[in-house]
Design a protein around this ligand. Structure first.
Ligand code: DON
Length: 310
């Protein structure tokens, strides 16, 4: 068992990394995200024994964005099984930016390389079971409510609408995937599910509990209920290692060494077996779309407390 990091220590580490926000920029390609304060900063660690320590702007809510891709993958695996999912989405890292389109043309039959890049995540959203977008998003929210034991978590409609109206590249990816039979049904409906899953609002405490559930092999820490089958939780954590930071996954593995997933609202969720879940929020992003302060804080914590899995 690794040493726990206490709250005052966490607060002092936060102060050490605060200045790195100046090196990044808030995402503005989704208009509703552009008004976020780049100096917001929060961290939460949910240990496997149920204890949760937090520091910084812990009440600030932010949208999951790409962190939701790990959760939708878990649900799609539960809904359809491994064989169905990986017949449509690959398992290999791409080394490309998250919204890249060009590799779709380089493989035959066409198939997104992995479920963390947008092309793969859109295909995964298309696999979530439900009669319509509302039912699919509702099922995803119930799944998150089960994971956090917190039924207050919902969709930030302003961010969802803002992304839906400006998501021309994601629309293109979906039309391309439909042409190649990777996705089925109505494109606008799948885009609606995807933008809403990305716009689920959380704070660091809620997010660290989700990270802890993955670290606990899919079992809820408090009730011990198996929310995600162990094997599927393992698949999700493996993708977090190989593709969680997109084309920065290699350097992140070397510098930090934790299964983790970032989102363009500035959240990062990390999951360490035998330890717990760590969530960081800092909206200033580097050029690859990852939280600058989030990555720096995880690097410091990992090195100082020997958290790397490698
Ligand atoms: O598809 C998009 O562009 C966003 N909803 C999510 C992108 C994202 O979070 C990339 N990760 N850093």
């Amino acid at each position: 068992m690794k040493d726990k990091i206490e709250r005052p220590t966490l607060e002092s580490w936060l102060d050490n990394v605060r200045e790195y926000a100046e090196d990044g920029h808030v995402a503005d390609y989704i208009p509703a995200l552009s008004s976020r304060d780049p100096h917001q900063l929060a961290v939460s660690i949910h240990y496997l024994d149920g204890e949760c320590v937090q520091a910084g702007n812990t009440d600030s809510c932010f949208t999951l964005q790409s962190i939701s891709k790990v959760i939708s993958l878990a649900l799609a695996l539960i809904d359809n099984g491994e064989e169905y999912v990986f017949a449509r989405v690959g398992m290999e890292p791409s080394g490309d930016p998250f919204h890249s389109i060009y590799r779709l043309e380089q493989h035959r039959p066409s198939k997104p390389l992995n479920p963390m890049i947008n092309a793969g995540a859109l295909a995964v959203s298309n696999m979530i079971r439900g009669e319509n977008a509302n039912e699919k998003v509702g099922r995803l929210l119930s799944f998150i409510h089960d994971m956090t034991d917190d039924h207050s978590i919902g969709v930030n409609e302003e961010v969802a609408n803002s992304e839906f109206e400006s998501a021309f590249l994601n629309r293109s990816l979906l039309y391309y995937l439909k042409q190649h039979d990777v996705v089925s049904g109505d494109i606008e409906e799948t885009l609606d599910v995807y933008t809403k899953q990305c716009s689920i609002d959380v704070n660091v405490k809620q997010l660290s509990r989700i990270g802890a559930l993955f670290a606990n092999e899919g079992r809820d820490l408090h009730s011990n209920r198996q929310i995600i089958p162990k094997h599927f939780a393992r698949i999700c954590k493996t993708f977090m290692v190989t593709c969680g930071m997109y084309d920065a996954s290699g350097s992140f593995a070397i510098k930090v060494g934790l299964p983790a997933k970032s989102g363009v609202a500035g959240g990062v969720m990390a999951s360490l077996n035998g330890f717990g879940g760590i969530a960081v929020y800092g909206p200033a992003l580097d050029e690859k779309g990852n939280s600058v302060v989030g990555l720096k804080l995880l690097e410091i914590l990992s090195n100082r407390y020997d958290l790397s899995i490698f």
